[in-house]
Design a protein around this ligand. Structure first.
Ligand SMILES: NC(=O)c1ccc[n+]([C@@H]2O[C@H](COP(=O)([O-])OP(=O)(O)OC[C@H]3O[C@@H](n4cnc5c(N)ncnc54)[C@H](OP(=O)(O)O)[C@@H]3O)[C@@H](O)[C@H]2O)c1
Length: 264
């Protein structure tokens, strides 16, 4: 805590060691925020060095945010300092058929993407409501708009997060706090490797750059928008989910996410 400067706004960014979260933390640093960043096992020190080079004071917290203990550890690093921006971004997927993976791996996806995210939001947004100001950016996904055969638990968690984000925004509409849901489509990060999906079509096709996705999210948050679907292709995919039956979306997802579906 001692290294943070009370004169500068504070952004808390989870999942800042790589991918979209790292780019979001970079944007926060470029915009003059100090940072408390968190990840589980990723190269956080290296990320922290990058952000310090941009003038930010940075506190890096290694914590498994699927657990209350991990969220406690992150909040301890925040140390009661007012949080101006919360980027609740940490999350991970899980490929393969539901029954072909041990249940504890599915549980970790749920506990990270839903329970840990909500625990953190509850604690930070309570402080924001007391002060009557704050911005929250939650990384949902267009995956939440479709049943995710061979990634069923992940898509379910993102359906929860997408929905929750809109509801929380509505509950907080007269409080000075804005809630924005960043809904990326497939993005070039460690996500697919970590989810064991490198032999799938979706895991091997061209994807959006995390810097571009983060820029769209950061911009939408600063404008106080309710959500942004990153990239025009994903805007089309998202619109399609309104008219295509869920059974067809599930079949389509099978084609891109089933193990062995990669086009070599
Ligand atoms: N890539 C995509 O195609 C895509 C599309 C839509 C939405 N998203 C969402 O975007 C967010 C960021 O993912 P990404 O694509 O940038 O993947 P990534 O490069 O794997 O980054 C994920 C970040 O979350 C952290 N994280 C994961 N589980 C954690 C846990 N239990 N506790 C603490 N930190 C944890 C990771 O840290 P460790 O490595 O240390 O665990 C890492 O910093 C996720 O919520 C993901 O669901 C991704």
């Amino acid at each position: 805590m001692a290294s943070l400067n009370p004169e500068r706004p504070l952004a808390v960014v989870t999942g800042a060691s790589s991918g979209i979260g790292r780019e979001l933390a970079r944007l926060a640093a470029q915009d003059g925020h100090d940072l408390v960043i968190a990840a589980d096992q990723g190269p956080l020190d290296e990320a922290a060095r990058d952000f310090r080079a941009l003038g930010a004071n940075v506190e890096a917290v290694e914590a498994d945010l699927s657990t209350s203990f991990g969220v406690d550890k992150l909040m301890l690093a925040v140390g009661g300092r007012p949080v101006d921006v919360l980027v609740a971004n940490a999350g991970h997927g899980l490929g393969h058929a539901f029954l072909d993976k041990p249940f504890n791996e599915a549980r970790h996806v749920v506990d990270t993407n839903i329970t840990g995210t909500l625990d953190l939001l509850h604690r930070v947004a309570t402080g924001m409501r007391q002060r009557g100001r704050g911005r929250i950016l939650i990384t949902g996904s267009i995956a939440g708009l479709m049943p995710g055969s061979f990634q069923a638990v992940y898509n379910g968690t993102k359906a929860f997060i997408d929905s929750f984000s809109f509801a929380l925004r509505n509950e907080l509409k007269d409080t000075g706090i804005s809630v924005t849901c960043l809904m990326p489509g497939p993005t070039e990060t460690h996500f697919f490797e970590r989810a064991d999906m490198l032999d799938t079509q979706i895991g091997t096709e061209d994807k959006a750059s995390p810097a571009e996705v983060a820029a769209e999210g950061w911009d939408a948050m600063n404008k106080g928008q309710d959500h942004v679907v990153a990239g025009w292709k994903n805007k089309v995919s998202a619109a399609m989910t309104n008219v295509v039956p869920d059974s067809m979306l599930a079949e389509q997802h099978r084609k891109t996410a089933e193990p062995g579906s990669a086009r070599h």
